[in-house]
Design a protein around this ligand. Sequence first.
Ligand code: NAD
Length: 252
Amino acid sequence: MRLKDKVALITGVGSGIGRESALLFAQEGAKVVGVDLNPEAGEKTRQEILQAGGQALFVQADVSRAAEAERMVKAAEEGFGRLDILFNNAGISHAQDDDAIHTTEEVWDLTFQVNVKGVFLGCKYGIPALRRAGGGSVINTASFVALLGAATPQLAYTASKGAVLAMSRELAVIHAREGIRVNALCPGPLETELLMKYLNTPEKRQRRLVHIPMGRFGQAKEIARAALYLASDESSFVTGSTFLVDGGITAA
Ligand code: NAD
């Protein structure tokens, strides 16, 4: 059990990476505090964990609101007594093919509100809790797009993930001496709801697939396994990293 007795707060557990990570972390012995905007989906993940014999709480919260981010961290400390792992994973994307001319102000603001402010607020309230526990691991989900001009532009999304990457590096340096590690997890294109709702025809999927050396989309489970490594003590000397799990897309 790689996370025995650790308490892990994971955002976006209703779907995709968050859901798979919640299931995997619980299987590895963590007490999971799952957070999602969608109460039905989040509760479903919690039930799956309980049925498998794990321990989990679910908190319905919008990560982009300060009071709700504070409440989710409080729920972890009150429910399980401490916080060891903070996985800021919830994120949103918007329609593809948005350049500077076509990106609306509303899309820009909403994307930054969830993807950047959400991570900031998770850290603002979560890092003091990790400090109270004597150290811990923060994982922020960025994306391969932070390092690469994507084949199909999504300007606000790409810029927001660049901000997550920069924020993660800065926090890693600030908190390194306190035993708090901060890493940016950068998935490649995945077969999850977030991307597939836009790549909704064989032609669109093919247009993206040609850029992935492995010739396939990633699975949320493959990202969860990388998150498990970053969450566990096996990555004890890893901080400030840009942790790519992308089928080779950034190498091509
Ligand atoms: P997903 O859409 O399958 O799941 C995201 C979950 O986050 C949903 O359950 C949703 O309800 C929740 N959520 C959205 N806004 C929220 C908010 N304000 N507060 C709380 N919960 C909220 O997405 P996914 O593919 O699992 O993506 C997870 C993360 O990985 C995101 O940050 C995404 O940007 C990033 N990512 C995804 C891909 C990909 O190809 N899918 C690639 C790189 C990075």
